[in-house]
Design a protein around this ligand. Structure first.
Ligand SMILES: CC(=O)N[C@H](C=O)[C@@H](O)[C@H](O)[C@H](O)COP(=O)(O)O
Length: 116
C-alpha cells in the first residue's frame, strides 16, 4: 500500500460497520465508503433505505473522508448524508436501472382500469 501511495494511488475501503471503517483507516485507507452496509449479515434482508447512521458514525470515528453509498434513492437522503459530513454520495441503481426507475413511477399510479 505504501508503494502504491507513493505512486499516487488513493485507496477507498468498502465497509459495513464503524469498526471496519476504523480498521481500514488504521490500515492506510484514504477514504471509507458505506458500500457494504446491509449486505453482510446472513439471513437478514437487505433494507430498502441507506444506512445514514453509519455515515454519521464514520464521520466521527474514522478520521478520513466518508463516502455515503448504498441504496440512496431520494434527494433528501443525499442531503442528510451531506449534512452529516459525507464527503460524497454514490447514487447507483436509482439512476442507472431503467426497470426500477420505471417501477417507481408506475407505483405512484392508481391500479389500471379497463377502458372498454
Ligand atoms: C454491495 C455492493 O457491492 N454494491 C456495489 C458496489 O460497487 C454496486 O452494485 C452498487 O450499485 C453501488 O454500491 C451503489 O449502490 P446503489 O446501487 O444501491 O446506489
Amino acid at each position: 500500500m505504501d508503494a502504491a501511495h507513493t505512486a499516487g494511488a488513493v485507496f477507498m475501503a468498502d465497509v459495513d460497520s464503524v469498526e471496519a471503517g476504523i480498521y481500514a483507516a488504521g490500515c492506510g485507507a484514504d477514504i471509507v465508503s458505506t458500500t457494504l452496509a446491509g449486505y453482510t449479515v446472513r439471513d437478514l434482508e437487505v433494507p430498502d433505505t441507506p444506512d445514514i447512521d453509519l455515515v454519521a458514525a464514520l464521520v466521527h470515528a474514522a478520521g478520513i473522508p466518508v463516502v455515503a453509498e448504498g441504496r440512496y434513492t431520494r434527494v433528501t437522503e443525499v442531503e442528510r448524508a451531506v449534512a452529516l459530513g459525507a464527503h460524497a454520495v454514490v447514487v447507483g441503481t436509482a439512476i442507472s436501472d431503467p426497470v426500477r426507475l420505471t417501477a417507481r413511477f408506475a407505483a405512484a399510479l392508481p391500479p389500471r382500469q379497463e377502458f372498454r
